[in-house]
Design a binder for this molecule. Structure first.
Ligand SMILES: *Cc1c(COP(=O)(O)O)cnc(C)c1O
Length: 374
């Protein structure tokens, strides 16, 4: 009996390549023989400013850590509803947007069902599809990272995927979907999961205002919009995200989700963050302006081609030398960036937007590398 279980379990996940998460701070610090505070961590799009003062205070004064959290996350969802101007009934919170991606796929996929993704993009979409017994169909983006809409439309018509998963701004390139692209995709007969993990960093709005798409699931049965506190509010380590969903799918999501998915600390920190919007807005503004300064610095490096980004990171094509070697050289100086070398992303590095002084040091090191041949 147990042999059969073992075989089954092993077979079922054999074909799924593991997701490679970022290594923790202490581990990478130890690897390069530095203290965590001396590491310049620009590899996971985290917020360099940390928790907002009110969120920090909420953590320090946390009560009821011994009591299970509210399974409905009522206070948190109400705070989000007020922030967004969306009915609380259509909001579901999760342990990061990651949990919600998994939850949605868990309820919509039967074994063998497919979703459509547009790589290069966030690896969790295809990964979660496979973990949930499904598979990912791919419509690779054009070289400028815009969508191949014709190919996507063809796949939607012919293969009828259960959903299309898209990030805007997209990770790893930072490109936003255009209004035209979105309207076209929303008009298709398919469920669209729009992941707006980085929307708060996009130009043309302040927090709470550039959010025109967040109400779309109230009008359209085929649109889900996901958001997170990880990036703009600096709560990546606490795990809290949310989504706005069309009515029909909510009862199923409620039924299937783990009862205590958002822990009390995460919930308190997220609520406090929403009470600290002026501070967080200022930080988002700083990140935006540092993004443009970083872009200009990277542009001055002959062998780098930075891609314009609307998120808190900049993807760079590395020309005439190895991206992997560049990553390794930066690591020696305590600077961590993400590197890619896949068929669709050949020889790229992705640098998260950090603090001004971190960018100064990064630039200095890149300049030094310029003289070396690698
Ligand atoms: C970081 C990221 C997320 C994950 O957010 P969490 O709320 O931390 O789980 C989701 N989507 C994209 C595209 C991301 O880059």
């Amino acid at each position: 009996m147990i042999d059969e279980v073992q075989k089954n379990v092993i077979d079922r996940f054999e074909q799924v390549a593991p997701y490679t998460p970022i290594e923790p701070f202490e581990v990478i610090a130890q690897k390069v023989g530095r203290k965590p505070e001396d590491i310049i961590k620009l590899d996971a799009n985290e917020n360099p400013y940390g928790l907002s003062p009110l969120a920090r205070e909420a953590m320090a004064n946390l009560q009821w850590g011994n009591i299970y959290p509210d399974p409905e996350s009522r206070a948190l969802r109400q705070a989000i509803a007020t922030f967004l101007g969306v009915p609380v009934e259509q909001i579901l919170a999760g342990a990061g947007a990651d949990e919600l991606i998994d939850l949605v796929l868990r309820v919509i996929l039967k074994p063998g069902d497919a979703v459509l993704v547009a790589p290069p993009t966030f690896g969790m979409y295809a990964f979660d599809a496979k973990i949930n017994g499904g598979r990912a169909l791919e419509a690779p983006r054009h070289p400028d990272f815009s969508l191949n809409l014709d190919e996507m439309r063809r796949i939607v018509r012919q293969q009828k995927p259960r959903a299309v998963l898209l990030a805007s701004p997209n990770n790893p390139d930072g490109r936003m979907l255009t209004r035209e692209e979105l309207e076209e995709i929303f008009s298709w007969d398919v469920l669209v999961v729009l992941d707006e993990a980085y929307i708060e960093f996009s130009d043309g709005g302040k927090l709470g205002e550039q959010f025109t798409l967040i109400r779309r699931p109230l009008e359209r049965e085929n649109v889900i919009v996901l958001r997170t506190f990880s990036k703009w509010a600096g709560l990546a380590g606490l795990r809290v995200g949310y989504g706005v969903f069309p009515q029909w799918i909510l009862p199923v999501l409620w039924k299937v989700k783990q009862p205590y998915n958002v822990n009390v600390a995460a919930s308190a920190a997220a609520i406090a963050s929403l009470q600290d919007l002026s501070c967080l807005t200022e930080r988002v503004e700083k990140i935006r302006s540092e993004r443009s300064r970083l872009f200009n610095l990277l542009n001055q490096v002959d062998w780098l081609e930075p891609i314009p980004s609307q998120a808190n990171f900049i993807l760079c094509r590395v020309k005439g030398r190895s991206a992997k070697a560049v990553k390794a050289e930066l690591m020696k100086k305590g600077i961590f960036v993400r590197y890619f070398d896949t068929p669709l992303l050949q020889n790229y590095i992705r640098i998260s937007v950090g603090l001004p002084q971190q960018h100064d040091l990064l630039f200095q090191v890149l300049r030094e590398l310029e003289e070396s041949s690698l």
